[in-house]
Design a protein around this ligand. Structure first.
Ligand SMILES: NC(=O)c1ccc[n+]([C@@H]2O[C@H](COP(=O)([O-])OP(=O)(O)OC[C@H]3O[C@@H](n4cnc5c(N)ncnc54)[C@H](OP(=O)(O)O)[C@@H]3O)[C@@H](O)[C@H]2O)c1
Length: 282
């Protein structure tokens, strides 16, 4: 059986759809079954919590392939889950990492992912590592100020990147979980279109049929606060600030065609993502 962590999140929810469509047997590791409402009833609910190591082994019983997505900072969850996976005979791990691991010097966000990758590689379990760039769903962070006043605080100005639809990350994960030929690979995943924040916001505005003002974020801290209105752990906030600084400096951007090579179709566009998610901005 395949076990999916992070199943109620941006990538995980799409991965549930993919695995459901493929008709394979799979379970989802959820701390609160209510969070899985609306996900396919075919996904076996496996109750577990990454913050409770005693739940790992029972959740992994009978699992032969693991999609491992660890939110937040640090490596403890990864170390514990990979050790439990090894003990229970898991034969393949697909790890969600980040393109930040290619930074030189490596930013904090990249270092955590780099250490998690190392744990997986050192386990001896066959693996595929997915290294996506910025997600299209990050645009949802702008929804509250768009709804309230038609404004987006832009932390990255001239910086460009090629945001990826989490549905494409999930589709690649589903291939790596269910098909042979991907063991030992590290896939850098991006969308196919290069944008500044202002250019992305223009697409949201067109889809919405309403103007949206772009306001340079007064301080990077303000941008972090708009991402985490209830506050973020200080290490995470510092890492996001660092990420904004690096994005601002990168006026070229990084783009790959890995999605197209693996899925044999083009990567989803931001306009398509907006069309599916525009209600969040109304
Ligand atoms: N955003 C980006 O641009 C970007 C770029 C590259 C890499 N990444 C990486 O992508 C990952 C985030 O993916 P995402 O956006 O799909 O995640 P997400 O939407 O933030 O969802 C997080 C998932 O993890 C689950 N979760 C949180 N704490 C848990 C716990 N203690 N026990 C069990 N499950 C728990 C959540 O479940 P609940 O529903 O219970 O909260 C949810 O399903 C991170 O590793 C991040 O570093 C992000």
């Amino acid at each position: 059986m395949i076990l999916v962590t992070g199943a109620s999140g941006n990538v995980g929810r799409e991965l549930v759809r993919e695995l459901d469509a493929k008709g394979v047997e799979f379970g989802i590791f959820v701390r609160d079954p209510g969070r899985a409402d609306g996900l396919s009833p075919r996904a076996r609910r496996v109750i577990g919590d990454l913050d409770d190591v005693s739940t790992y082994a029972p959740a992994l019983a009978g699992v032969d392939r693991l999609f491992l997505l660890v939110p937040g900072v640090g490596i403890d969850h990864t170390r514990g889950m990979v050790a439990a996976a090894k003990a229970s005979g898991v034969a393949r791990i697909v790890l969600l990492s980040s393109y930040n691991v290619m930074g030189d010097p490596m930013p904090a966000m990249g270092r955590w992912h780099h250490e998690r990758e190392t744990i997986v590689r050192d386990s001896g379990i066959p693996y595929t590592i997915l290294r996506p760039g910025g997600f299209m769903t990050n645009a949802l962070e702008w929804a509250p100020t768009v709804r309230a006043g038609g404004v987006v605080d832009d932390p990255t100005g001239p910086g460009r990147y090629a945001p990826i639809d989490p549905a494409d990350i999930a589709a690649v994960a589903a291939v790596a979980l269910t098909e042979d030929g991907h063991d030992g690979n590290h896939y850098y995943l991006t969308g196919d279109e290069m944008f500044t924040v202002a250019e992305q916001v223009a697409i949201i505005a067109t889809t919405l049929g309403r103007d949206i003002e772009i306001r340079e974020a007064a301080t990077p801290e303000q941008a972090v606060a708009s991402r985490y209105p209830n506050g973020a752990p200080s290490a995470l906030a510092a890492a996001i600030l660092e990420g904004f600084t690096l994005m601002r400096q990168d006026t070229t951007g990084f783009r790959t065609d890995t999605v197209e090579r693996i899925l044999h179709r083009r990567a989803g566009t931001f306009a398509e993502w907006c069309a599916r998610n525009i209600d969040a901005f109304r």
